[in-house]
Design a protein. Structure first.
Ligand SMILES: [Fe+2]
Length: 188
């Protein structure tokens, strides 16, 4: 009898401990997502300026900056509802977004291609991050976080699809422009 109670207590304790680990991880991953979105706003703002000669792309980037601002706000609200504070969380530089450099940069407009590749890679990372948050929240029965992660996931997938679908169009535009500029240089 006494042994049975002890086992029950140990099992209860183990379960409680596991739930706490999951909850603490969920909070940590939400904080990472908040820092990530803050960093993405900074990078996308720079990418928007660099897309001046490609108005459609610039519009889409600006639209995604607004979505990203809203995402960071939703995450902040979730964290605050969990009793957490976001004031000390700083944007961290995404290696992919911030430091995508290469030999081809000697062509001035090459930046637009590099930025698009970085955006596709970043969206893919974000999708995995929100899937992790979603699955953990599901395990905890945290419906508000599940709902928020599902919403954000859809937005990230939409942006990733747009960037991937738009890549062939962009490559076409890029070479058209490069060719026109090369001809203009030759005529001088
Ligand atoms: Fe995002």
């Amino acid at each position: 009898m006494c042994l049975a109670i002890s086992y029950k207590f140990i099992n209860y304790y183990k379960k409680e401990k596991m739930e706490n680990i999951k909850k603490n991880l969920l909070i940590a991953w939400l904080k990472d997502a908040y820092a990530m979105e803050k960093s993405i706003i900074q990078t996308l703002t720079a990418h928007s300026k660099e897309a001046e000669e490609y108005p459609e792309i610039q519009d889409k980037i600006n639209e995604h900056i607004e979505a990203t601002e809203s995402q960071s706000e939703r995450i902040k609200n979730r964290l605050e509802a969990m009793g957490e504070n976001v004031s000390g969380i700083k944007a961290f530089t995404m290696e992919i977004m911030g430091k995508a450099k290469g030999y081809a940069e000697k062509f001035s407009e090459d930046k637009i291609i590099k930025n698009t590749l970085a955006e596709i890679a970043t969206e893919s990372y974000e999708i995995s991050a929100y899937q992790t948050i979603l699955l953990t929240a599901e395990k905890l029965g945290d419906e508000e976080t599940v709902e928020m992660a599902e919403e954000i996931l859809q937005e990230e997938k939409e942006m990733e699809n747009w960037a991937k679908d738009n890549l062939p169009v962009l490559i076409g535009l890029f070479f058209e422009k490069e060719t026109a500029e090369t001809h203009a240089d030759e005529e001088i």
